[in-house]
Every structure is written in structure tokens, then in C-alpha cells.
Design a protein around this ligand. Sequence first.
Ligand SMILES: [Zn+2]
Length: 75
Amino acid sequence: MISCVICKEGIYKDGSTTVTLERESTIIVVKAVPAMVCTNCGKYILSEEVTEYLMKLLDQAVLHGAAFEMLNYAA
Ligand SMILES: [Zn+2]
């Protein structure tokens, strides 16, 4: 069990969250991202693998020149 670093009351549990990423003039919102989510305050932690994948999605959106993209996380 890992205690939450933000609220110090909750613990992290397997769940999913929505992540918003921004670079230059591109914003992407990715839904259903697997994460460890605090039971108390909703603070989440992403694994290195998930973070790398999100960075790839952001790279692609920037390459497309997209201003805004809403995506579903697909592992
Ligand atoms: Zn918390």
C-alpha cells in the first residue's frame, strides 16, 4: 500500500483517469488512461510505460498540427 503524497490520507488504487497534455499550440485529452488513483483526493500516478505512450500520442498530435484532440487510451 502506498500513501498519497498530496493528502496523506488516501492510498493509491488501480483505476483510470483522464489526462490533459499540452505542447506548443497543441492540447490533447486522453480518456481511460490506466493509473494509480488516490482513494481520497483523486491525485493519480502514471507508470513510466503509460507516460511514454502518452508522449507518443502528443508527438503525433503535434506532427498533425492539431490544436485539440480527444483520444481514448488504447494499450
Ligand atoms: Zn490523496
